[in-house]
Design a protein around this ligand. Structure first.
Ligand code: NCD
Length: 322
């Protein structure tokens, strides 16, 4: 255990196996490791104090897809720990000249101590991790994984509800293409939810391989068609936008767009103390009028991305170059 005067980094590195690790899927992490991450992240919630833990390090962000929260909260987290950040902007890099993911990764490993990568192709971060000698953190790969989003989502539940176990979760929306929803479900398999309801329009139900995983991992879940069937039992409502950009056929998107939307009337049927999470950005499913509802927790959730990612960077890069 860390003594009061010991640097935070020393304790974080020694207690579990985070140091030097790639972060590709939340499935790769144990409950114990996640709990230790949340405990570390709790220390960074609140007014920031200047820190120099990572002053000797450079973090690279490489986002091949749009991002506000993931890219900027990683950047803020790195800067708050004293690290420097370099950003590969695909639109002004040699990627425009046809440079491959292989060569880009080989450059980034030479210029930085950790790479945060988002890419439209599933498996891109894993490929980069296999190539790079520095840790790679997956900031989202296609529809597949978004591990740090799921970590911050669970961290938000822990902070706002005091626990993750024993609660009833409803995951509403695009459960087919939203990697945040899939990763959240994967994250829940590490804990003991009372029940998980997966609510999606017919064509946006989770992919077969995801269902198979969830069943294999013993998650208690049921699929439902309507939020109203389950909202009265829900403690945590996790909502996602329809991932328009991932539909192979634009006509399929047209058929399903606007098919679900959170309203004040529906929320009023919810259990007291229920919280509403959303990874953002939002579309029509989450009207601005919901923001003033007591249950709305998505802005807090987005802000908790900074302490969570501070803890993660500190754990993965480590407090020293040992
Ligand atoms: C999500 C993403 O990129 O997967 N955003 C995020 O990282 N907070 C959700 C989305 O784009 O809908």
């Amino acid at each position: 255990m860390r003594g009061r005067n010991e640097p935070l980094g020393a304790e974080l590195v020694s207690r579990d196996a985070w140091k030097g690790r790639d972060v590709i899927s939340i499935l790769d992490f144990s409950r114990r490791e996640l709990e230790s991450l949340f405990a570390a992240a709790s220390e960074f919630v609140g007014p920031p104090k200047p820190r120099k833990d990572l002053a000797d390090y450079i973090v690279a962000t490489a986002f091949f897809e749009p991002s506000t929260r993931t890219r900027l909260s990683f950047t803020t987290a790195a800067l708050r720990l004293g690290a420097k950040v370099i950003d590969l902007s695909p639109d002004v890099s040699s990627i425009l000249k046809g440079e491959s993911l292989h060569d880009t990764t080989m450059m980034l490993e030479g210029y930085s101590d950790l790479i945060v990568m988002r890419h439209p192709s599933e498996g891109a971060a894993l490929l980069a991790a296999e190539l790079a000698s520095v840790p790679v953190v997956n900031g989202g790969d296609g529809s597949q994984h978004h591990p740090t989003q799921a970590m911050l989502d669970l961290f938000t539940v822990k902070r706002l509800k005091g626990k993750i176990d024993g609660l009833t979760y409803t995951v509403l929306g695009d459960n087919r293409y939203a990697r945040s929803a899939t990763s959240f479900l994967y994250g829940l398999t590490k804990f003991k939810p009372k029940m998980v309801y997966i609510v999606s329009p017919e064509t946006l139900r989770p992919r077969d391989e995801v269902i198979k995983q969830l069943k294999g991992l013993g998650l208690r879940f049921e699929q439902r068609a309507e939020l109203e069937q389950v909202i009265g039992n829900t403690d945590v409502l996790y909502l996602t936008r329809i991932q328009k950009e991932r539909f192979p056929d634009p006509n399929e998107y047209e058929k399903v767009k606007g098919s679900y939307k959170l309203t004040k009337e529906v929320l009023a049927k919810g259990r007291s103390g229920m919280i509403v999470l959303h990874p953002l950005p939002r579309s029509t499913e989450l009207p601005y009028e919901i923001d003033s509802e007591k249950s709305s927790a998505y802005m807090t959730q987005a802000h908790l991305g900074v302490p969570l990612r501070m803890a993660l960077l500190l754990k993965v890069i480590g407090g020293g170059r040992s």
